[in-house]
Write a protein of this length. Structure first.
Length: 302
């Protein structure tokens, strides 16, 4: 039986995604009651990091420990992947030794190739193309604060990056409308937009995109690996800051999210992350619970 992978949100159907989020909410409650279930006892997670991380490493490693399993941190410096071993070969070997693998890397083709040759479930913990684990946490957070996101309007403000592209997939899987505000030349993948044209609308003016929205989301203007473009990007994204003035155009009960790390004074104002409509700290915590539920789901299928 072939393993189930989680490389994008499309790898689970809407019903399964809802199941994972409901379980994440349950696991969160159990943790607060100090009565966690050790459903992953004896399981080993291999964590491959070609991009560094805070939230991803801590949430996966802590999540496995809390559910009775263990995790191995593998950086490019620690493995043969960093020395040029073919991805397919690494996948064949590692998947014989661990029960599940997460990969945080650059090209999305890397996780696709690894999954193709792995005999255990593979989770995309971030690529240049998609960041589906963050979307599980975001959808859980909206559910906790406002209920079902189906039929709502979400506004993405900023770069058409991996997070934006994951929000496009989320609009399809969770049944909401997505407004995307980005400067010319920074749009999401054109094919992805064409496939979802009935659910998304592209804007150049953030104020138009955010008007009457139920959720406003942004991310850093220069992602990991784009540091050399930082000044050029700051110039291109001038006027795309999510701040109190912009949030005032959204619905009165709209929420604001950011996957972090955030650069206060750039893509967000100095104070918006601490405002009443910001749920970024719950959003960050929910990476832990959503990923525990995801790993439990994938291992149960295997």
């Amino acid at each position: 039986m072939k393993p189930r992978h989680f490389l994008t949100l499309l790898d689970l159907n809407p019903s399964e995604l809802k199941q994972v989020i409901e379980r994440a909410v349950e696991l969160k409650a159990l943790r607060k009651q100090d009565s966690e279930e050790k459903t992953l006892a004896g399981k080993v997670l291999g964590m491959i990091f070609e991009k560094s991380s805070t939230r991803t490493r801590v949430s996966f490693e802590a999540g496995m420990a809390q559910m009775g399993g263990s995790a191995l941190f593998l950086s490019s410096n620690d493995t043969q992947l960093g020395r040029g071993e073919p991805i397919a070969d690494s996948a064949r070997v590692l998947s014989r030794m661990v029960d599940i693998v997460m990969i945080r890397t650059f090209g999305h083709d890397i996780v696709e190739t690894f999954a193709q040759h792995s005999t255990v479930p593979v989770i995309n913990a971030l690529t240049d193309g998609y960041h589906p684990c963050q979307l599980l946490a975001d959808m859980q957070t909206y559910w906790e604060h406002r209920g079902d996101i189906a039929g709502k309007t979400v506004s993405w403000v900023g770069d058409g990056n991996n997070m934006c592209q994951s929000y496009i997939n989320a609009a399809r899987q969770f049944d909401f409308k997505l407004n995307i505000a980005c400067p010319e030349g920074f749009e999401p993948d054109s094919e992805l937009m064409a496939q979802n044209k009935q659910r998304i609308e592209l804007f150049r003016a953030p104020k138009q995109a955010v008007a009457n929205s139920d959720l406003v989301v942004t991310d850093t203007w220069a992602s990991m690996g784009q540091e050399e473009e930082k000044l050029a990007r700051e110039k291109a994204f001038a006027g795309y800051q999510v701040n109190e003035e912009l949030m005032s155009l959204a619905n009165s009960d709209a929420l604001m999210m950011h996957c972090l790390p955030a650069y206060r004074g750039l893509e967000v104002s100095e104070t918006i992350l601490d405002a009443d409509d910001s749920v970024v700290w719950d959003e960050a915590e929910n990476r832990l619970h959503a990923q525990k539920a995801l790993m439990e789901f994938l291992l149960a299928q295997h």
